[in-house]
Ligand binder design. Structure first.
Ligand SMILES: Nc1nc2c(c(=O)[nH]1)N[C@H]1C(S)=C(S)[C@@H](COP(=O)(O)OP(=O)(O)OC[C@H]3O[C@@H](n4cnc5c(=O)[nH]c(N)nc54)[C@H](O)[C@@H]3O)O[C@H]1N2
Ligand SMILES: Nc1nc2c(c(=O)[nH]1)N[C@H]1C(S)=C(S)[C@@H](COP(=O)(O)OP(=O)(O)OC[C@H]3O[C@@H](n4cnc5c(=O)[nH]c(N)nc54)[C@H](O)[C@@H]3O)O[C@H]1N2
Ligand code: SF4
Ligand SMILES: [Mo]
Length: 719
């Protein structure tokens, strides 16, 4: 395969974080095939079926090619949309935004930025200045459903929200993995190619992998390691128990820790409340087993620890991440080969996320609150819209689908109904788009130039930077996200990149790469347009990641104090819970990505045509339910009906659903609409109390639910 063959283009997938290298085959100006790129110096031919099937997104007849305008009132459920010209669309949107700002102030306009924006280099590099252009405090993103717990914790512990010591999976002897299922999701906030191969190698080297999860996940097994079945939403206590064990049982090198950190006594005073016997009561894991994990972790030549959305989305994700970092620090594994390391990547970008104020809280329209990486809690979106004093009146959604991805679906829908203007920028007219006044047609990643900018941000296992040209020209009138938002701003009279006769959306990326002697032009000349960067230097955790002025890791950040008190309350609440209380968790599958890819026929086959409620067979028996029953799943936030499927991979007391379904109202998505499933986030908390005030992270796992049979459609127990 030669780079000079014009019919073959080295590009990369932008669905999830590995960003796998792909080879696109082009004939007559059309992409005819996508396949794993075996020439890629890092991925070496690794990619999953979703990346390869992205061609079905690119070619999807339901894709929108031009801006659409809603012609009928939003009170009518069925939208009537007509194509309009870009100039007309942006002029009308800008006029409305200016009028709202003039009449009601700058916070009458809100922005929601969804997950795919992080994989769009040109947009991502300019997102901060675009957001500033809209001049509103009402900024929201998928981040508060995903990973803001980690941002808030790192900001407090290391002094920078993007300081994340990743597990050194290439060298570790012990890998403790909480709340992640790498076989399905390919990990997050660590960029790693083919994570399962790396995890299998730990075992092949004679090391150990241990998963902590309420479910026997696909990642576990004889080739990798076992699962410790934990009760949902209790990981913070589990990790605090391990810190307790290290601090008061196994012992640690205090002098060494003190060279790098402060607040050690306060940390020890705090974890003194969580001996393993107490932790066992809430986590459902025996004290002796927790003690054993701590001992094995400390005895291993090197040990690393990692957590992902399953922990972030609990009520105490930020505190859990704090404890995780303390496990690494006290056990001597932080900044050590095979332990948790900082991967600098292309430049010291961590400085850009340096904490500005020790106390991030301010008095906002709904009381005391903060932003995390610029974002308010998305769980409060309906409250901000309903806020009588200063409501959000217009919402711009870029590459997001908040109606399905944020908790309290029904309440959010009702709130969206009150907005005077909704604009979505998307590949499709989604359920959120169906409620919009304007749906603006975005390019997909085969249609735009890009750089895997996110991989350069300090969390890459094998750092590299790749450029891709647009593989083909955009179909119809599709435009890049950065261009669309800049055009709206331009029309509002705000200075943007578009003022330049030759706008370069990669200018910022070029400047950042300059640090490593690279540039976009240089990348273009390299094989696969890829530069492999030096591997991480473990000790850079201390020399680069720590951004506090005194250069010390803070083991007991003052900003955690109130959350520490809440931890004691949540402990009491969990211990007092009735036996048999069912807890809902999320189960991602390899046949969906959040709410998108639901329109791909290839992913809607067999059991993947619906999202059932999975339940442990013992719980099903206790509730007199059988496979195939239609059940009501309900709680104080909402109710959905789902088909019951018994699943002995679940811990007793745990039920699971896949989020991102519920596209029944999306008339723009023909395939997805025929396999609508239900929106699991109807059951997720919304409003005050639905998120962690320390991190703005939405509470999306371990949700209390009741399950009962729909007597009209029961399978009748004869299966
Ligand atoms: N219950 C529960 N809820 C969850 C989660 C969970 O585990 N459980 N996970 C959460 C997580 S981790 C996340 S990240 C959020 C995601 O939340 P969101 O980002 O709000 O939702 P997505 O479903 O990812 O929607 C992405 C949208 O972007 C569109 N899109 C794709 N590519 C592009 C592009 O290049 N340009 C534009 N303009 N649009 C594009 C897609 O068509 C889709 O409509 O959901 C969260 N919600
Ligand atoms: N196929 C596919 N791949 C994806 C996505 C997708 O939707 N589909 N989404 C992408 C996105 S946006 C993200 S952020 C990443 C997420 O990547 P991951 O965070 O690895 O996501 P999941 O595979 O959902 O793994 C979360 C795990 O947490 C477990 N869990 C739930 N509650 C708890 C709890 O309280 N404690 C513990 N210890 N575990 C718990 C669940 O059983 C599940 O196995 O995946 C990305 N990749
Ligand atoms: S693992 Fe993620 S980035 Fe890689 S091909 Fe699959 S979807 Fe794309
Ligand atoms: Mo995510």
């Amino acid at each position: 395969m030669s780079v000079s063959d014009p019919s073959k283009v080295h590009t990369f997938c932008r669905i999830c974080e590995p960003g796998c290298g792909l080879l696109a085959e082009v004939a007559d100006g059309a992409v005819v095939r996508l396949q794993p790129d075996s020439d890629h110096p890092v991925h070496k031919g690794f990619a999953c079926h979703k990346g390869v099937h992205y061609l079905q997104v690119h070619d999807d007849p339901d894709r929108i090619d031009r801006p659409l305008k809603r012609m009928n009132p939003r009170s009518e459920e069925r939208g009537v949309f007509e194509p309009i010209e870009w100039d007309e669309a942006v002029a009308e949107i800008a006029a409305k935004l200016l009028q709202l700002r003039r009449d009601h102030g700058r916070n009458s306009v809100g922005i929601y930025q969804g997950n795919p924006s992080a994989f769009n280099g040109a947009y991502y590099a300019n997102a901060a200045s675009i957001a500033r252009g809209f001049d509103t405090r009402m900024r929201f993103s998928a981040g508060t459903q995903d990973t803001s717990a980690k941002y808030a914790a790192s900001e407090a512990i290391y002094g920078a929200s993007m300081a994340h010591p990743i597990p050194d999976l290439l060298h570790t002897d012990y890998f403790l993995c909480l709340g992640s299922n790498p076989a399905v999701s390919h990990m997050t906030l660590i960029h790693i190619s083919d994570p399962m191969a790396k995890i299998r190698n730990v075992k092949k080297r004679g090391g150990t992998n241990l998963f902590v999860n309420p479910r026997q996940i696909e990642s576990a097994g004889p080739e990798t390691g076992e699962v410790l079945l934990i009760k949902p939403d209790t990981d913070f206590y589990f990790l605090a128990g391990i810190v307790h064990e290290i601090a008061f049982g196994i012992g640690f090198d205090r002098e060494e820790v003190q060279r790098h950190a402060k607040g050690i006594d306060e940390l020890l005073d705090f974890v003194a409340h969580y001996p393993v016997e107490r932790v066992a009561e809430v986590t459902g894991i025996h004290a002796a087993r927790i003690r054993q994990v701590a001992a094995e972790f400390c005895a291993a030549p090197s040990a690393s620890v990692y957590m992902a959305t399953g922990v972030n989305q609990g009520r105490q994700g930020a505190l859990a991440y704090w404890m995780l970092n303390m496990v690494s620090l006290l056990s001597g594994n932080l900044g050590r080969r095979g332990g948790n390391i900082y991967s600098r990547g292309v430049a010291d970008v961590v400085q850009n996320s340096k904490r500005r104020r020790a106390d991030p809280f301010f008095t906002g329209p709904l009381g005391t609150m903060r932003t995390v990486s610029g974002d308010l809690p998305a769980a409060l979106l309906p409250d901000f819209i309903d806020n009588a004093d200063d409501p959000i009146r217009a919402l711009i959604v870029v590459s997001g689908n908040p109606l399905l991805s944020v908790g309290g679906g029904a309440r959010l829908r009702e709130a969206f109904g009150k907005l005077e203007l909704i604009v979505t920028i998307d590949l499709y007219r989604t359920v959120t788009g169906e409620m919009a006044d304007y749906v603006l047609a975005a390019t997909d990643w085969l249609e735009r130039e890009d750089i895997n900018f996110l991989n350069t941000m300090g969390v890459a296992m094998e750092p590299y930077v790749q450029y891709t040209p647009a593989v083909v020209a955009p179909a119809g009138e599709r435009r890049d996200d950065w261009w669309i938002l800049s055009r709206i701003l331009q029309e509002m009279g705000v200075a943007t990149l578009l003022d330049d006769p030759h706008p370069d959306p990669f200018a910022i990326v070029d400047a950042v790469m300059n640090d490593s002697g690279l540039s976009v032009d240089l990348l273009k000349k390299m094989p696969c347009q890829t530069a492999v960067l030096p591997e991480a230097v473990p000790s850079q955790v201390f020399s680069i990641a720590v951004q506090h002025d005194d250069g010390l890791i803070d083991c007991f950040p003052a900003v955690f104090e109130s959350a520490c008190r809440t931890a004691a309350d949540i402990y009491d609440e969990l211990v007092a819970e009735p036996l048999g209380q069912l807890k809902l968790i999320t189960r991602r599958t390899n046949f969906m990505v959040n709410s998108w890819l639901h329109n791909l026929p290839v992913l809607k086959q067999g059991v993947h045509q619906d999202n059932p409620l999975w339940i442990n067979p013992d719980d099903a028996r206790r509730l007199s339910l059988v496979d195939g029953d239609t059940v009501h799943v309900s709680n104080r936030y909402g109710k959905v009906d789902a088909v019951l499927v018994c699943d002995d991979t679940l811990r007793t007391g745990v039920v699971a659903m896949t989020h991102g379904w519920g596209q029944g109202a999306a008339r723009g998505l023909d395939v997805a609409r025929r396999h609508p499933g239900v929106n699991a986030n109807q059951l997720s908390p919304t409003g005050a109390g639905a998120f962690d005030p320390l991190s703005n992270q939405s509470h999306l796992t371990g949700i209390n639910v009741e399950v009962s049979r729909d007597t009209r459609t029961a399978a009748g127990g004869n299966l």
